[in-house]
Design a protein around this ligand. Structure first.
Ligand code: FES
Length: 117
């Protein structure tokens, strides 16, 4: 799903990336400007992180949720990244944590704030 991107800059640097209509357990991959972003609803909470796995670039949105760990599992080598923090939960840790983003839901829309570069 392609999103307009930079024109949607809102107060405090949050960007509107689309409707907050994710179903429970849905992994949704978005293009936000130049970034690939994964948004997930798990136990009612929406979180976001880079969709491109920092291990070898596979898309986490093609993976699955690990319910007990509250993590997304990459489809390529099955590394697990914690929802909300992006922390790599897989041992041995052969890649970094995923970059996770701040999320707000306002008026039925998912708002994400990317870190300053
Ligand atoms: S590309 Fe994601 S675990 Fe290897």
């Amino acid at each position: 799903m392609r999103i307009g991107g930079s024109e949607n800059a809102m107060e405090e640097g949050f960007i509107d990336v689309g409707p907050a209509d994710l179903t429970e357990g849905e992994l949704r991959g978005l293009e936000v400007g130049e970034r690939l972003v994964l948004v997930v609803r798990h136990q009612g909470r929406i979180t976001a992180m880079d969709d491109s796995c920092n291990h070898a670039g596979c898309l986490l949105s093609g993976g699955w949720l690990h319910q007990r760990k509250a993590a997304v599992v990459c489809p390529c080598h099955e590394y697990a990244f914690e929802l909300g923090s992006g922390r790599n939960l897989t041992i041995p840790r052969l890649c970094d944590d995923q970059c996770a983003f701040e999320v707000r839901v306002e008026r039925g829309r998912v708002m994400i704030r990317f870190p300053r570069e």
